[in-house]
Design a protein around this ligand. Structure first.
Ligand code: ARG
Length: 477
């Protein structure tokens, strides 16, 4: 591919070691698409006749049908074994295979282009494809959460601050928290997609193509919004990969919080849910165990995603312009982050839909431990008691209750009146679980009518954001 100026052959160990083909074979579909677009560009520039361009594109399509995979790579009987053994990278592989397909005409494909712009283009296409698949997977997970929240109806649970019981909330309200996180992840992915959707083809090795190519042809045929604006930037920029992995690491953090809460809630100590057997494992030593492997693994995967984003940052820091071979090291973190998230999203929606909560346990946890104290203070402040005073009076009532082992609703009116004279009979209806929920009657609050509305709004926003066709056809790795 480039041996003309060399007198000596490469050291064989070095030659094998510097190849990227052992991992960039994943870029075959993107490389075929980008090469076909380039064939159209050079045909328009008169380098290929229309008939030659057709033959070349048909040849590329044939090469694109090869089933590259980890196992094919090690298969000595593969029909492409000779090219696999020789190829330095995916670009080299496609040229070798194209030559087998269409003969010497293949040698014209590299006119006016460089591998530096090719890899930049392939990686953008790969990230763009990954974003589309991940968006569909996120949509599925959000709908699974909304479905679960709808099933929960008006079931209540305690909410926690400092991991201490705080106030009762609807189970649906808690689940919708994760839908809000997903919506931000969706918007970050869409944003990243928009920003990266420019085509590097025509940037050459560093200074721009050496032929007067019409770059809009390639941009259009690859569904980019236009060509990139600076050839040095286009061949050295990996912001799209950085952003993509950073967005995925944030998404991983969200998923890990969900995983951690479920792990915790499934313990005997909480007892808020029975782990679905289809997604749990037993212990080879302790016969009674049912372990939350799915949520634990997900928690672990988020570390891996942060690792990918960190690798890319460290790789790019201080890298001089423009292309440097270091950039080859930036591929694997992107591949790994993309398939890690796809793997998680392939199991998470079904796991989520199969969750069955123990609403009785949740409700009893929500109705003891003075979780209605804030509603009680609000009752007094609605009667004109300044909130600081109301807080203190209810605090005193709680202390009194603690001493005699009773909740606020179990204290008599007479007992309550020693802490303030505004307590009246209607106090008891103001501190039921329902009243405690419904006093949070603000947008985003846990009042029942607000949560019902939030569920409907959440569902319609997700349906509007995620194309349902893609959700159905998305093939998560
Ligand atoms: N395999 C290379 C990479 O992934 C392709 C670009 C090679 N360019 C070069 N000038 N050696 O970065």
């Amino acid at each position: 591919m480039w041996s003309g100026r060399f007198r000596e052959p490469l050291d064989t160990q070095f030659e094998a070691w510097q190849r990227s083909f052992p991992f960039d074979w994943r870029l075959l579909p993107q490389e075929i698409a980008a090469s076909s677009a380039h064939a159209r560009v050079i045909a328009a520039a008169g380098i290929l006749t229309p008939a030659e361009a057709d033959r070349m594109i048909a040849g590329l399509e044939a090469v694109g049908k090869l089933a590259l995979s980890e196992s094919e790579f090690h298969n000595p009987n593969s029909s492409s074994a000779a090219s696999i053994a020789q190829a330095e990278d995916i670009h080299h592989f496609v040229e070798l295979e194209l030559t087998r397909e269409i003969g010497d005409l293949a040698l014209k494909l590299h006119t006016g282009r460089s591998r530096n712009e090719q890899i930049a283009t392939d990686m953008r296409l790969y990230v763009r494809d990954s974003i589309d698949i991940i968006l569909a997977g996120l949509g599925k997970w959000a709908l699974a959460l909304i479905g679960l929240a709808e099933q929960a109806g008006d079931a209540v649970m305690p909410s926690y601050t400092h991991l201490q019981r705080a106030e009762p909330v609807l189970v649906a309200h808690w689940l919708l928290t994760y839908v809000s996180m997903i919506e931000r992840d969706i918007s970050r992915l869409q944003d990243c997609r928009k920003r990266m959707n420019l085509c590097p083809l025509g940037s050459g090795a560093i200074a721009g193509a050496t032929l007067a190519l019409d770059r809009t042809i390639a941009a259009q045929s690859l569904a980019f919004d236009g060509p990139t604006s600076n050839s040095m930037d286009a061949t050295s920029d990996r912001d799209f990969a950085l952003e993509f992995t950073q967005v995925l690491s944030i998404l991983g953090l969200h998923i890990s919080r969900f995983a951690e809460e479920l792990t915790l809630f499934s313990t005997a100590e909480f007892g808020f849910l029975d782990l679905p057997e289809a997604f749990s494992t037993g212990s080879s030593a302790m016969p009674q165990k049912k372990n939350p492997d799915l949520t634990e693994l997900i928690r672990g995967k988020s570390g891996r995603l942060i690792g990918a984003a960190t690798s890319l940052s460290v790789l790019i820091k201080g890298l001089p312009l423009a292309y440097n071979k270091d950039l080859q090291e930036g591929q694997e973190p992107v591949f790994d982050a993309s398939s890690t998230v796809q793997g998680v999203l392939a199991v998470l929606p079904a796991f989520t839909s199969s969750l069955r909560f123990r609403f009785d346990r949740m409700a009893s946890a929500a109705s003891s431990g003075y979780l209605n104290a804030m509603a009680a203070a609000t009752y007094l402040s609605n009667k004109g008691v300044p909130f600081r005073k109301a807080h203190e009076q209810i605090g005193n009532a709680v202390r009194f209750g603690l001493e005699s082992g009773r909740e606020l609703e179990a204290l008599t009116l007479e007992e309550l009146k020693q802490f303030g004279d505004q307590f009246a009979e209607d106090f008891y209806t103001a501190i039921t679980v329902e009243a405690t929920l419904d006093c949070h009657d603000v947008v985003g609050g846990t009042a029942r009518r607000r949560v019902h509305a939030a569920l409907a709004d959440g569902r319609s926003r997700i349906l509007a954001e995620i194309d349902q066709q893609t959700v159905k056809s998305a093939k998560l790795e």
